[in-house]
Ligand binder design. Structure first.
Ligand code: AMP
Ligand code: MN
Ligand code: MN
Ligand code: MN
Length: 287
């Protein structure tokens, strides 16, 4: 990654900056190049952002060049798939040293696990009369790694469903014909991989796992016990809805806070970049 041109803003001033610490590019399941993503963030008034592609840091070099060009601060990031019992959860790593050898080895394992899962998904979809989907998904994913989102786009393209929401619920979620459970690493392993690379481990979108109050509390406690540093208190399009409850949770468990759009695609018209709520002043921003 090339060096940032400007010194980063001191921590005390960051609290009032317009930030977005969760975004995707076409190096995972986003549709934009890092350069285009930076242009969109700039147009939306975002001043400091993290690129957090799924299980890869391949887009950070390009993101850094574009961020320098447009005067944005880049926080190097990644979104790691992990497991909490049978539940798949996402841990965002912020301010990581992307060339850290242990992190690189860990992400290589994640990518190998993804490839093995993709092959199984392809076999299951072929049995459900949708053959050749891995090949299509791979073409759609280029130049990035292949995720379920790419299978979803390939299935929509093949006429199996109308849109991504429908295709996930009909094919790609638990119990459905194209679902393959993945053996993701534990919360501790994911946090450790981020921490050894000097990063801050953030539990992504805590409200998106469909958990009841008690189960969410046990996830937060497990993440704390695993050495997790922060949680996303605002995420995605309806980020204000959960801000109060998740801010309270952050305080109760002693977490720092992060906010991010989880932007993937400009076609997500319900999500407006640069419109995330401000962090309550009593919370400390993760980075
Ligand atoms: P993977 O990491 O390969 O399991 O793919 C997970 C990704 O699929 C998530 O990061 C989302 O971007 C996307 N995804 C999951 N569920 C849905 C859904 N119901 N509708 C649209 N995208 C989804
Ligand atoms: Mn995604
Ligand atoms: Mn996620
Ligand atoms: Mn994400």
């Amino acid at each position: 990654m090339s060096e940032p041109k400007h010194l980063p803003t001191p921590a005390a001033k960051r609290q009032s900056m317009r930030v977005d610490y969760h975004t995707h590019s076409h190096f995972s399941d986003g549709t934009l190049s890092p350069t285009k993503l930076v242009e969109m963030l700039k147009a939306a008034g975002v001043e400091r952002f993290a690129l957090t592609d799924h299980d890869t840091t391949a887009g950070l070099g390009e993101a850094c060049v574009a961020a320098n060009e447009h005067g944005l601060e880049l926080v190097p990031g990644v979104e790691i798939s992990a497991s909490h019992g049978a539940l798949g959860v996402h841990i965002v790593g912020l301010q990581i040293e992307e060339n850290n050898a242990e992190l690189c080895a860990f992400l290589s394992q994640q990518q190998a696990a993804r490839h093995a899962r993709n092959v199984q998904i392809d076999i299951k979809l072929a049995k459900a009369r949708w053959p050749g989907l891995l090949e299509r998904a791979t073409a759609i994913a280029h130049p990035g790694l292949v995720t379920r989102t790419h299978f979803a786009r390939a299935l929509v393209g093949a006429g199996a469903a109308l849109d991504l929401t429908q295709v996930f619920s009909r094919f790609l979620t638990t119990g459905k014909p194209g679902y393959v459970s993945a053996e993701w690493p534990t919360l501790s392993c994911a946090v450790q991989a981020i921490a050894v690379a000097g990063g801050v481990a953030v539990l992504a979108h805590p409200n998106r796992y469909g958990l009841s109050g008690g189960k969410l509390r046990s996830l937060l406690q497990a993440f704390k016990n695993a050495g997790g540093h922060a949680i996303e208190v605002a995420s995605g399009a309806r980020s204000s809805d959960s801000l109060g409850a998740l801010s309270d949770a952050a305080k109760r468990y002693g977490f720092k806070a992060s906010i991010g759009s989880d932007f993937h695609d400009p076609a997500q018209t319900w999500l407006k970049l640069g419109r995330l709520p401000e962090l309550p002043p009593e919370l400390e921003m993760a980075v």
